[in-house]
Design a protein around this ligand. Structure first.
Ligand code: SAM
Length: 258
């Protein structure tokens, strides 16, 4: 049976790779490298750098592939993602049949951790469900952008004994400041923090975390919101793309002590 290693690679710093990840990459016959168009070239470069640095198995074969882009016209968000996942799963199926012998293995280098806002696992399940190729798969955990953010700011993720909500920009107002003292916001194309009007909220923001271009800003939201917006816009224009994440916090350790 073919085997697929789904390897978390951390978020931009090649030193985020775990020993388990390095071993999985060296165990694979084929390493699959996505090239997702111009904006993602730098991410493909990080993957190549990781392979150059850690793959010592001379028999490893490297295969580049194009990731289909998501079509959004005249579709709901759910329809669009569903179709997109189907298209990617068809790409995976073709890759496995074309490049993997029946008892060989391949590795995907997944940004951060494969379990956090990533669909590689879901898409592989679609490949399995279609039944045209038999395979099994295993997952190597990776350092997430959440850990990269809290480490860069030298803060704990949670307040003592309190919950954390992980959400997207689109849904931020459902959870913060009402539901959770800490909200981590990912995939925010609309800078939802700028719509939160709460004088007690703090923000810890980071872009390109783990890379040479890392930027971080922290402070009382009302004081730094404008600076983050300007810094983000300038960096996005300069790089042609941006990946950013932030943690919003209200309250302090032990502030609910009876
Ligand atoms: C599709 S999700 C992938 C998350 C990834 N699996 C992880 O474990 O962090 C992409 C989002 O993760 C966040 N992200 C990933 N890498 C990042 C980085 N190096 N710096 C800042 N944010 C990052 C951003 O919020 C981005 O929109």
């Amino acid at each position: 049976m073919r085997h697929i290693h789904i390897v978390g690679i951390g978020t931009g710093n090649p030193e985020h790779l775990t020993v388990q990840a390095i071993n999985a990459l060296n165990a694979a016959n084929v390493i699959l490298i996505p090239s997702k168009g111009a904006a993602k070239t730098e991410l493909a470069d990080v993957r190549r750098e990781i392979c150059q640095r850690y793959v010592t198995n001379r028999a490893t074969r490297f295969v580049d592939y194009d990731v289909p882009s998501r079509q959004t016209a005249e579709r709901s968000y759910v329809q669009s993602v569903d179709e997109w996942h189907d298209a990617i799963s068809a790409t995976y199926e073709r890759l496995f049949l074309a490049h993997l012998g029946e008892h060989e293995s391949a590795a995907f280098l997944v940004w951060g951790d494969p379990g956090l806002y990533d669909s590689t696992l879901r898409i592989l399940e679609r490949v399995v469900a279609r039944g045209n190729v038999t395979l099994d798969y295993s997952v190597v955990p990776g350092i997430t952008s959440i850990q990269a953010l809290t480490a860069s700011h030298r803060i704990p993720l949670n307040l003592v004994g309190k919950p954390v909500q992980i959400t997207t920009g689109r849904r931020l107002t459902e959870s913060f400041p009402g539901l959770a003292e800490t909200a981590v916001v990912m995939l925010d194309g609309e800078q939802a923090f700028s719509k939160i009007d709460d004088p007690e909220a703090y923000i810890y923001w980071g872009a390109y975390l783990g890379t040479r271009d890392e930027i971080t800003i922290a402070g009382r939201l009302a004081d730094v919101s404008e600076r983050i917006l300007a810094t983000r816009a300038e960096a996005r224009a300069r790089h042609g793309w941006i990946m950013d994440i932030y943690l919003l916090r209200k309250g302090q350790d032990f502030d609910d002590r009876e």
